[in-house]
Write a protein that binds this ligand. Structure first.
Ligand code: ZN
Length: 185
């Protein structure tokens, strides 16, 4: 018999308190593991959900609205609750969509949607190896040069307005090296 187990994790991307209400942009990660039989194959199914949650000051949920993508959630959250961009400081360097806090540490970060259009020097989908934390560089999104930083089994893509020769030059010109020395990113 197949067994199913659901692992849920929630990450609050942004939270703002206003008029004694708490507004949260939440990313929910659901992983369903299906064990086909006792000894052999396990199939994994990963799904993301995105919510704008309104709570009262006792943390009770008052309303919950689901969005089809992280981009649409953060766009709406910024528009409704942080129009000055005082809290949500990161945005995609190419399409200006708001990004989660994590991206604030990187120069000219690019959102996943823009990144999905990236190609390598030959115009093909860039290759990368999550085990070795390495992959192709530079990549191009609509002809714009970007560098990918491969780390922790994933990567982040950054737009290079300086047309640098290599990653090191880009990091130097964007001031990323100095920033890293202050706080290891
Ligand atoms: Zn973008």
């Amino acid at each position: 018999m197949a067994k199913e187990k659901e692992i849920k994790r929630e990450e609050i991307c942004y939270q703002i308190t206003r008029d004694s209400y708490i507004y949260q942009a939440v990313e929910r990660f659901i992983e369903t593991t299906r064990r086909i039989d006792k000894s052999t194959s396990i199939s994994k199914y990963t799904k993301f959900q995105y919510f704008l949650i309104k709570r009262d000051k006792d943390n009770k949920i008052l309303s919950m609205k689901e969005y089809p993508s992280i981009n649409s959630l953060l766009k709406d959250f910024k528009h409704k609750h942080d129009p000055e961009g005082a809290v949500m400081k990161a945005q995609c360097a190419l399409c200006e969509v708001p990004l989660i806090k994590f991206y604030e540490n990187y120069p000219n970060p690019v959102c996943r949607e823009c990144d999905s259009k990236a190609v390598n020097l030959r115009g093909e989908e860039p290759k990368w190896n999550s085990w070795a934390d390495e992959g192709e560089n530079p990549v191009f999104i609509n002809g714009k040069k970007c560098w990918r930083r491969y780390r922790f089994g994933g990567y982040i893509t950054m737009f290079d307005p300086y047309d640098s020769r290599d990653e090191a030059e880009f990091y130097e010109k964007s001031g990323f090296i100095k920033k890293r020395k202050r706080r290891e990113v």
